[in-house]
Design a protein around this ligand. Structure first.
Ligand code: FES
Length: 418
């Protein structure tokens, strides 16, 4: 560990543990948060090792546990892990696409002690949901929402928002209410991982974001007074807001992510950052990974910050923003988050927003009818999207092996259907 990466004396134990049980997933979402080279990391911890990791994290003080993926229901030891976690005293949350969640399995997970389920939708319409995930899953997800409620779970519906579904935001709120969601998370796309490669196609205009936000606020006001009303979280579109988000509530501060192969990470995206050796929990204890590793200490606290961030009044609120975003846009993970108006690279963000506005104006002026997006062969090509899939992951991995990693370099990868 370098002197600059010593753990500050005030480091607290992790509060949240995100257990990414597998990178395998039946969906092919264009904004998937798994690393773009996930196909190269196909090892998964076995049941006994996961149990040890959970026990060590709990002993350290972690309280909240998310079982995530990929699709965690693809692990047939999920019930066993939930039961183990519950016995340790975790509050457990299943983060799922819904594929594989039958009524019988929902009951089995309930018996094992599962507390909470977060179900993803890609849109309120079958056409767009199925297009964005490149699977015919809308009807299945609708059935799964009913299964979750019938089994008595608190339910979060999560929908990642982007240019294609922002105009539907009111209908997404209506759908979530109809389904009895307790909480709706409208997560504006964060541009890393697969979304970074698809940013030109997914990026909305600032006006589209403001229009959608106004609709969300009106719905919030409408339902705020009702007892037991659904809560709505609008995740800040930080590119447009020009305000760094307090990513992960600060690097190595609250969140511990464990990747399927046992790598301990401060966020789900961090393994793509160069120059950091993330601890492997097959060989290292959770305590040592959290407190002692250079990777977790590198961007903790404020000691690593440059003058712009280190003297900013917002530094204790935003913790310097997002390191993954800084790397992707500037090539330097220690740079000021480029969404910030104080960043010397803010122009790159504005250029992306300007390009989105120009593309929207061209679409509006175009005499050609806009073909509806449907889950049909070749649709990806016309929408300019790269879908998550093993073949595209491997192609992107090869591109990442090129010697010069640069924010402006893109792999030679034509949009393809999976
Ligand atoms: Fe990695 Fe923000 S996603 S630090």
């Amino acid at each position: 560990m370098t002197a600059s990466a010593m753990a500050p004396a005030t480091v607290k134990p992790p509060f949240w543990l995100l257990a990414e049980l597998t990178y395998r997933c039946p969906l092919h979402c264009v904004f998937c948060s798994n690393p773009v080279d996930y196909a190269r990391h196909d090892q998964e911890l076995d049941t006994a090792t996961w149990k040890r990791v959970l026990a060590e994290a709990r002993a350290l003080g972690a309280v909240q546990l998310g079982f995530s993926g990929g699709e965690p229901l693809l692990r047939d030891d999920l019930e066993e892990l939930v039961e183990h976690a519950r016995g340790l005293g975790f509050y457990t949350n299943l983060i799922t696409s819904g594929v594989g969640l039958t009524a019988a399995r929902a009951q089995a997970l309930k018996r094992a002690g599962l507390d909470h389920i977060q179900l993803s939708f890609q849109d309120s319409s079958r056409e767009l949901n199925d297009f964005i995930s490149s699977t015919r899953t809308f009807d299945l997800k609708s059935r799964v929402a009913a299964i979750i409620k019938d089994a008595g779970y608190p339910m979060v519906l999560n929908c990642v928002m982007h240019r294609f579904n922002l105009p539907h935001v009111g209908r997404i709120v209506d759908m979530a209410e109809r389904m009895g969601a307790d909480f709706l998370e409208l997560a504006n796309t964060q541009y890393y991982g697969w979304a970074w490669h698809n940013r030109a196609a997914l990026m909305p205009t600032v006006d589209e974001l403001r229009d959608a936000e106004a609709i969300v606020m009106a719905h919030r006001e409408r339902i705020a007074s009702a007892a037991g009303a659904m809560k709505i979280l609008w995740v800040s579109p930080d590119y447009a807001d020009a305000k760094p988000k307090p990513c992960m509530a600060g690097w190595g501060s609250v969140f511990l992510v464990v990747a399927p192969d046992g790598l301990a990470l401060p966020c789900h995206s961090a393994r793509m950052l160069p120059g950091l050796a993330f601890p492997d929990l097959r060989e290292t204890s959770v305590r040592s990974a959290w407190f002692d590793s250079d990777a977790f200490n590198r961007y903790r606290g404020t000691g690593w910050m440059n003058d712009t961030c280190g003297t900013c009044d917002e530094r204790d609120r935003d913790h310097g923003g997002c390191r993954c975003q800084a790397f992707l846009v500037t090539g330097d993970a220690a740079a000021t988050d480029p969404v910030c108006r104080k960043s010397e690279h803010r122009g790159r963000i504005d250029a992306m927003l300007d390009a989105a506005a120009l593309a929207a104006a061209q679409r509006a002026d175009s005499a050609a009818a806009v073909a509806p997006l449907r889950f049909v062969p070749g649709a990806a090509k016309s929408a300019g999207l790269i879908f998550r899939g093993d073949a595209t992951s491997l192609a992107l991995s090869v591109a990442a092996d090129l010697p010069t990693r640069s924010s402006t370099r893109e792999p030679d990868l034509s949009p393809t259907s999976p």
